[in-house]
Design a protein around this ligand. Structure first.
Ligand code: SAM
Length: 241
């Protein structure tokens, strides 16, 4: 009998926004694994912290790099592929020994996240249970207090890694939008929102639902910088009575 892999969504940051099922598994699975930058605890492990019992063995997976290489450069792709293979082997060693492993994921595990890279390599070999989580964007539109989609509004979810031209074009073709992965892309993304004529409607949310969250109009954010955990909301204005 092999162990079971659990992909556990932990929600947007506030530890109280995890599900009852996620909490139960965090407290019962013998091996807890998570991604982190070298020397750091990692955001997902931080969200789980209040619920950890101290009984599980921990298996941190440290990224070999973060921003030194462009994400489409051959060295980045090769280094990350090797990292994922090594991470799969580390998890498989526990699963082959019959131990269940919980791999933590910030937000939802199947929505833009490293979890998916291990999941697609492991799902053919081991039983898997997926536990959905509140997405970062849902946490952010709750703290912003803005309804996002009305009636027949469409909503686009856009990564800030797209070019300014692609972002502006997609923004012109949708009623509502969420733009993720700001960080070093922030200035380009803000310019694209302005180019699409949406600056006055756009809301910037940093570390939504976390202790140091920040919500402000994008038009008023003029410092040109944003951390990784930030996104932009463009609420729809569709049909309403
Ligand atoms: C790799 S994606 C992970 C998405 C996650 N799996 C989810 O379900 O939301 C990371 C991006 O999600 C966005 N994000 C996630 N949580 C956030 C939060 N609490 N506040 C602001 N942005 C957040 C940011 O744009 C960040 O760059």
């Amino acid at each position: 009998m092999t162990g079971r892999l659990y992909g556990i969504g932990l929600g947007p940051g506030d530890p109280e926004l995890i599900t009852v099922k996620a909490m139960r598994l965090i407290q019962s699975v013998p091996v807890i694994s998570y991604f982190a930058k070298a020397g750091r605890r990692g955001n997902a492990r931080g969200i789980a912290d209040p619920w950890m019992t101290g009984k599980a063995s921990e298996l941190p997976l440290y990224y070999p790099m973060t921003t030194e290489h462009a994400f489409d450069s051959p060295v980045y792709v090769a280094t990350l592929a090797k990292f994922y293979e090594e991470s799969v082997a580390a998890l498989a060693a526990h699963l082959d020994a019959g131990q269940d492993v919980a791999l933590l994921a910030e937000g939802d595990p199947l929505f833009y996240g490293s979890f998916m890279h291990l999941y697609i390599r492991l799902r053919g070999c081991y039983p898997v249970t997926l536990v959905p989580g509140v997405t970062g964007m849902a946490g952010c539109w709750s703290v912003a207090g803005e309804p996002m989609t009305w009636g027949d509004d469409t909503m686009a979810v856009l990564p800030g890694t797209l070019s300014a031209e692609a972002l502006a074009e997609r923004l012109r073709g949708t009623d509502a939008a969420v733009i993720m992965k700001l960080g070093r892309n922030f200035a380009k993304v803000r310019a694209a929102v302005a180019e699409a004529g949406l600056l006055d409607r756009a809301i910037y949310v940093e570390r939504g639902t976390m202790a140091d969250e920040l919500v402000m109009k994008l038009a008023e954010k003029t410092d040109g910088q944003a951390p990784y955990f930030s996104l932009i909301l463009i609420p729809g204005q569709g049909r309403r009575p």
